[in-house]
Ligand binder design. Structure first.
Ligand SMILES: [Zn+2]
Length: 456
């Protein structure tokens, strides 16, 4: 055979094998999709987690129950091994319902919907009552710092509606919840009220973690519903009220032993290359944590179920991980990475679902230019599922793996309704669509299958 003929033959062979491979890949992706959309178990597993267990704050009795039940689910799905990773978690307790009122200048009292912020200390048992000073942002706090002493600081910073990607608005406004209490305490405030990080006007306060700066007094902090934030602001502006009373019963109760839950299918060719797919098992105590993040957990377990149901033997090891304590400490994700650094395995890829069980829109990827290009080369395979591969992905729990060179990825669902219910009593099972939840599980399973076949 002449060189030219030989070259043509090789070239034709390459084309042929590429064609066959792309075709068989799309067939496999369709098989995965068909199975989950007809026989998926994620929704019923979510119902169990929400209705039979309920709120799962780490360190709570429900948190421990969720560990046992998700381990059972993955065993029943046929995972090769299911095991727990021990992790110490902070135990924070709300200690009963909060009470809050604004004191009107006419002597009347008007109730306000508030909840304590996670990790915050409670008020004295008699509560606190003080003048309220409203600030729109930290700049305003700095300008008014001499007037803060002895008062309650009210951060009235809304989620910015001009950010179409709602997670950007969340990150932007989240500073006030996270740092607001200590920044006010620095100037002598005795309490803090933060406008809920919520995209809708409603009566549900949204909790979430705050962090004290140890240099300042640990003053009590609450979130107020968006409707009541507007009410309070109006009353203050119109001088119909100047004081607020609130009482919270919360506090840190030390640390307790908890667990990450891992379900694994061993890789048939490269068992030491690990693909992680996960969500966080803990939730806030106010609701069932259906979207945040029961959805991510059941979607991750669904990867195990569908592989086993279809007899897929991944070349690389696939692990579904239920991370512990994402909400108020990130101990689970931190521990997972710590163990990963010493077990001699290669953590190739990690995919997290922690943005709600909504219609999948994209898969974000963080890695080197070549790794991203390789992932983006699969874009056409995802076209039938209306999903794009985009640059930039990851999640709080898998974030600590990045220092090992792990490619980080996230399921990016439609984000418009997430912050209606995020961290509020409204994040319940009924807020999740079976169809949308399962479509997310489809895309995650497909992505994990591609990486298990081809690496990244
Ligand atoms: Zn979450």
């Amino acid at each position: 055979m002449s060189m030219i003929n030989k070259f043509s033959a090789v070239f034709a062979g390459l084309l042929f094998s590429f064609g066959v491979s792309a075709q068989s890949d799309s067939v496999m992706l369709k098989k995965i999709s068909d199975d989950i959309l007809t026989r998926g178990a994620a929704y019923e597993n979510l119902r169990f987690i929400c209705k039979k267990i309920g709120p799962r704050l780490s360190g709570s009795a429900n948190g421990a129950k969720a560990v046992n039940e998700t381990a059972r689910m993955m065993r029943e799905m046929g995972a090769d091994t299911v095991y727990l990773q021990e992790v110490m978690v902070p135990k924070w307790e709300r200690g009963g319902k909060e009470k809050a009122e604004m004191i009107m200048t006419n002597g009347k009292k008007m109730g306000l919907n508030v909840v304590a912020l996670g990790n915050s200390e409670g008020t004295p048992s008699s509560g606190i009552r003080a003048e309220v000073i409203e600030v729109k942002n930290f700049d305003e706090l700095e300008r008014m710092k001499d007037q803060v002493k002895g008062k309650i600081v009210f951060y009235n910073y809304p989620m910015n509606p001009t950010f179409v990607r709602t997670f950007m608005a969340y990150g932007d406004a989240g500073r006030y919840r996270g740092q607001g209490p200590s920044r006010a305490a620095k100037y002598g405030a005795i309490g803090v009220i933060v406008r809920s990080l919520a995209s809708n006007p409603d009566d549900f306060p949204h909790t979430g973690a705050m962090n004290y700066n140890d240099s300042f007094p640990k003053i009590p902090a609450v979130a107020i519903s968006t409707n009541d934030a507007d009410k309070l602001s109006n009353a203050l502006t119109q001088k119909q009220a100047s004081q607020v009373y609130f009482k919270t019963n919360c506090g840190m109760k030390g640390e307790v032993l908890s667990h990450n839950v891992v379900g694994e299918i061993r890789g048939s060719e490269m068992p030491n290359e690990v693909l992680t797919v996960g969500g966080h098992l803990d939730s806030w105590d106010l609701a069932e944590g259906a979207n945040d993040d029961g959805s991510g957990c059941v979607q991750s377990m669904e990867v195990i179920r569908v592989f086993k149901a279809l007899g897929i033997r991944p070349k690389r090891t696939v692990r579904a991980v239920m991370f512990q304590n994402e909400e108020n400490g990130l101990r689970g994700g931190t521990k997972y990475a710590e163990l990963a650094k010493t077990d001699g395995k290669k953590y190739v890829f990690a995919l997290e679902s922690d943005a709600g069980g909504f219609t999948p829109r994209g898969i974000g990827v963080t890695g080197t230019a070549e790794q991203k290009a390789k992932a983006m080369g699969w874009a056409s395979l995802f076209e039938p599922y209306d999903v794009k591969i985009t640059e930039g992905g990851g999640g709080a729990d898998i974030g600590p793996l990045r220092t090992m060179g792990t490619v980080l990825s996230s399921l990016n669902p439609d984000s418009q309704r997430y912050f209606d219910i995020h961290h509020a009593a409204t994040d319940v099972f009924e807020a999740v669509s079976r169809r949308e939840l399962h479509l997310g599980a489809v895309v995650m399973s497909q992505m994990i299958w591609l990486v298990s076949e081809y690496g990244l």
